[in-house]
Design a protein around this ligand. Structure first.
Ligand SMILES: C[S@@+](CC[C@H](N)C(=O)[O-])C[C@H]1O[C@@H](n2cnc3c(N)ncnc32)[C@H](O)[C@@H]1O
Length: 281
């Protein structure tokens, strides 16, 4: 299954490399930094726990599970209106929806508009000065022949397929700090982690509104992460993590199995390497 939301750090391009390194025998699959879930959707585990600290994002996942038909109706209606407008009209529509987003009650309607605005906004970034803000239209929309992904029938089909998967397997959708989610892991489970990278904080890589800068302080985040990984080691839980390739990461995680993975950073238009770190051979 394909990802259904535009998200910073989406691992779709690398999901085959990553899943190839997973253990073969997994009880519950746990992904505490799920984002758009590229690796989860590739793995399709029968037992799973997915989590992210972003509340709007996790309402999207819950809405796909519980209210996919409501979501489909909103997406079809929005697409019809959006495609009938000229560029200035599309911008006004998206600005007005985005301005209302944070005042809407959590539920399938807010979740669907959040999902749609992530697709429509320039670079997929809806946040400015800690608030939702629609900075401009996604560049592709300047081409009048461009058909947005969300307005294609295949997109709705994909959502319905995902909803079926979420409802016919055994799982939990959580919205907590990753530390609390890792406490649920026991021997036999497997944890895949794709956390925010320390290097990316330097590039204002913002996932959430109302984030206290100290909470995501680079060095404390990576040190805490290492501490939590060690707790998993003690409980004999296998884990694999992707990380920025920095001297700090290499030093802190030196005792673990480490391989390099070549990646493309679309925002900066450069190739770089990331590290794949795991606590098993
Ligand atoms: C690199 S992204 C994950 C991308 C994902 N692998 C994908 O394919 O889309 C990192 C995610 O971690 C989440 N996050 C940041 N701090 C967190 C925390 N303390 N606990 C849980 N999730 C957190 C962010 O909201 C973001 O969605």
């Amino acid at each position: 299954m394909k990802t259904f939301i535009k998200w910073f750090g989406n691992k779709s391009r690398y999901k085959h490399i990553i899943t190839h390194l997973f253990p073969t025998d997994i009880d519950t699959y746990i992904e505490p930094f799920i984002g758009s879930g590229a690796v989860f959707l590739e793995t399709q585990p029968q037992k799973w726990i997915i989590n992210d600290v972003n509340t709007d994002l996790m309402h999207v996942w819950t809405s796909v599970q519980k209210s996919v038909h409501t979501m489909a109706k909103i997406i079809i209606s929005f697409s019809k209106t959006f495609l009938s407008l000229d560029k200035p009209g599309q911008l006004v529509l998206c600005r007005s929806i985005t301005n209302k987003l944070s005042k809407m009650r959590y539920g399938p309607t807010r979740a669907t508009y959040f999902l749609l605005m992530k697709y429509c906004v320039y670079l997929g970034s809806l946040i400015k000065n800690n608030k939702y803000y629609f900075r401009g239209l996604e560049l592709n929309f300047t081409n009048s022949k461009y058909i947005p992904f969300f307005s294609k029938p295949i997109y709705i089909e994909n959502l319905k397929q995902l909803s079926k998967f979420l409802n016919t397997t055994s799982g939990q959708i959580l919205n907590q700090d990753y530390v609390d989610v890792l406490k649920l892991a026991k021997q036999g489970d497997f944890v895949f982690m794709d956390p925010p990278y320390i290097e990316e904080h330097q590039y204002d890589f913002v996932y959430n509104v109302n984030v206290n800068e100290n909470e995501t302080n680079c060095s404390s985040f990576i040190n805490d992460l290492l501490k939590e990984c060690k707790k998993l080691d003690k409980r004999k839980v296998k884990w694999l993590m992707t990380q920025a390739d920095t001297p700090t990461v290499r030093k802190l995680f030196a005792k673990y199995d480490m391989t390099e993975m070549k990646v493309y950073r679309a925002a900066r238009k450069v190739y770089t390497t990331e590290l794949v770190i795991k606590n098993y051979k």
